[in-house]
Design a protein around this ligand. Structure first.
Ligand SMILES: [Zn+2]
Length: 620
């Protein structure tokens, strides 16, 4: 066992703009002392403020050889710099140009190995020469066959929560921000992109230079290398994708500029200059990742009818909640996600209407209720608190519906209690006041309570944040449009034929609600009839398809098994994989099927997905 010093924010705000720095330093120091259990960094002694990264990408050996030059800010008695690393092979460390003896501690579960480098208070820069391991957890190396175009290999990173350390030796804590420059060499003909200022054309020599002037935490470090092209969508936005997907992508996201404008009208200026999207190959484990300036997105949102663009609204909203005001530790993850879901819904309401966003809200509530039940049944009621305790655990365990949807419901309830105008006023100034800083749950409570006092109004945050499940008497969002869907489903179960149902105006959200609500008593003949009429098995909408496939497994509806297998093998998005596999393992026969499919599919999944599924399916 080891002890971690308190992470003090004094240094972390040292590079925030000068005019506010002094007052803010004092304020932050007073109110925001916190411990991040998932880092070896000791920033009160020495903190990284800038990274200069030079790297060569080798697809043959599946490794990155790199040099990381770290600029430091030290305390008066600093004697060491502590960095996070995971499975890096480190060849040399220089302190202000001189080679020194470093020590790499034994690897601990989840956290990796601490890299301890002796320094003095005067040390300005530390240089680490290293290479990544082929199994580096953040990196996914795809063969040409695993891409959309099937001609060139592809590499992408997924650093959140604590995987940045598997490709860069860094202080991998959401509470520590730094700027960065990078020079990346890739095989000729491929394009490299980062969470930074990006190229729009392929370079002749395979060398790319990047600059990120806004300070970011390590989990927002990102890199993608592939056979990519760019299409502009507006003055400050565009989309990158493989050639075969670029047109569909540009069409799906053509409203991106108006989405950015809608977000700015709600909560203030977009602070990151450009906002581009990168559509990744299907094995990307998440829906999207809010890498600053360049959201990484799953191709499963290319539904063809813009019905899943709320995911883009979500990632865009992170440009405020998460990227601008960042959860201090992964125990405070709900601050990133709950605020973002709330913001996302407000963007969707502005772009469409309240009826539309209420469908999203109702779906979120369904997910939440199910997850709370499952966690409570499994004896994990504490994991339904908004403020988590992820000590000695993988911080990825906190990526549940709680952070997202319970967080959202809390903010929605605040809005309903104190009024939208007041709440918007609070949120706008919250993003402004805390921009490029970190936030603990407790600091948020203090800021919000100060606001309530000024407004002479009341709200009980503590029950929501520190207790299990949902506070009593909470009214969950419901959707009028879903009530209509329920009516049609009842009609069908009472004997109506599919063509007698009134489904003409339905969006994919109504269809999702429909497949989710199919009752236990449905027969396989009825499932076949519904599938014939509405084409669920053939659905190009991954949300609807997932809802349907869960019914398929539940009712052992074998005509859809081929599509089930194909979907599981070619999709890497954990949000879809977990519930489908989860349903399969409920029966002995399903377990065998799940395990057979998983063996074939596993090589296509990112570590983030296999890490969850290996446990669930009891294999590696
Ligand atoms: Zn998010």
């Amino acid at each position: 066992m080891y002890t971690l010093k308190k992470l003090c924010l004094f240094f972390l705000v040292a590079f925030v703009s000068c005019e506010t720095a002094t007052k803010d330093n004092v304020e932050q120091k007073e109110i925001m002392t916190f411990t991040d259990k998932h880092t070896y960094a000791q920033p009160d002694e020495s903190v990284v403020t800038h990274l200069d990264w030079t790297a060569a990408i080798d697809f043959e050996s599946k490794t990155i050889s790199a040099k990381a030059i770290l600029t430091l800010s030290n305390s008066d008695d600093a004697s060491k710099l502590m960095l996070d690393t995971k499975a890096l092979s480190i060849s040399e460390v220089l302190v202000d140009g001189d080679q020194i003896q470093f020590s790499l501690r034994a690897e601990e579960e989840h956290k990796g190995s601490a890299l301890e480098i002796p320094i003095t208070p005067q040390t300005r820069q530390v240089t680490v020469h290293y290479s990544t391991s082929p199994g580096a957890e953040a990196l996914q190396w795809l063969s040409p066959q695993q891409t959309a175009d099937k001609e060139k290999p592809f590499l992408f990173t997924q650093s959140q929560a604590i995987l940045a350390r598997s490709w860069v030796p860094i202080q991998d804590s959401p509470g520590i921000r730094f700027t960065y420059n990078a020079k990346v060499t890739v095989p000729q003909g491929l394009m490299a992109l980062m969470s930074a200022e990006n190229p729009q054309t392929v370079s002749d020599d395979g060398v790319y230079n990047f600059k990120m002037v806004q300070p970011i935490p390590a989990y927002l470090l990102a890199l993608a290398v592939g056979d990519l092209t760019f299409t502009s969508l507006g003055q400050r936005s565009g989309v990158y994708a493989e050639a075969s997907v670029i047109e569909r992508s540009a069409a799906e996201f053509e409203d991106l500029e108006s989405m950015i404008t809608a977000a700015e009208e709600l909560y203030g200026p977009y602070r990151w200059d450009r906002y581009d999207l990168l559509v990744l190959p299907p094995s990307f484990p998440f829906g999207g990742m809010e890498n600053p300036r360049l959201t990484f997105a799953t191709p499963t949102i290319l539904a063809g009818d813009k019905s899943l663009v709320s995911l883009v609204a979500h990632e865009l909203a992170h440009s405020w909640s998460g990227n601008l005001v960042t959860n201090a530790t992964w125990d405070d993850f709900w601050l990133n996600e709950g605020f973002t879901v709330y913001f996302e819904q407000r963007i969707m309401e502005k772009l469409y209407d309240r009826d539309y966003s209420e469908m999203l809200a109702a779906l979120a509530a369904q997910d939440l209720v199910e997850e709370i039940e499952a966690m409570t049944e499994a004896g994990n009621a504490k994991d339904t608190h908004l403020k988590l305790d992820l000590s000695m655990r993988n911080p990825d365990d906190g990526v549940t519906s709680i952070a997202y949807n319970k967080g959202y419901l809390l903010l929605r309830n605040i809005e309903e209690t104190i009024g939208r105008e007041k709440f918007d006023h609070f949120l706008k100034s919250y993003f402004e006041k805390n921009a490029f800083k970190v936030m603990t749950t407790e600091a948020f409570i203090r800021q919000f309570e100060t606001f309530l006092q000024q407004e002479s109004t009341n709200f009980d945050l503590n029950t929501w944040i520190y207790q299990s499940g949902l506070p009593e008497g909470i009214k969950l969002p419901s959707s009028n449009r879903f009530s209509e869907v329920d009516e049609q489903l009842t009609k069908y179960m009472a004997g109506a034929k599919p063509d007698e149902l009134n489904t003409q105006q339905w969006t994919s959200h109504e269809w999702l609600h429909f497949v989710r609500s199919i009752p236990e008593t449905v027969t396989n003949t009825q499932l076949a009839e519904l599938d014939d009429a509405f084409g669920f098995t053939k659905s190009g909408n991954a949300e609807v398809l997932t809802g349907w496939l869960i019914q398929v497994v539940k009712h052992d509806f074998s005509p859809a098994y081929e599509r089930l297998e194909d979907f599981l093998i070619h999709t890497g998005r954990r949000k879809f994989l977990s519930p489908i596999y989860g349903e399969m393992i409920k029966t002995e026969q399903g377990k065998i099927m799940a395990s057979t499919i998983y063996k074939k599919a596993r090589p296509n999944y990112h570590f983030v997905a296999t890490n969850t599924l290996d446990d669930m399916l009891d294999q590696q």
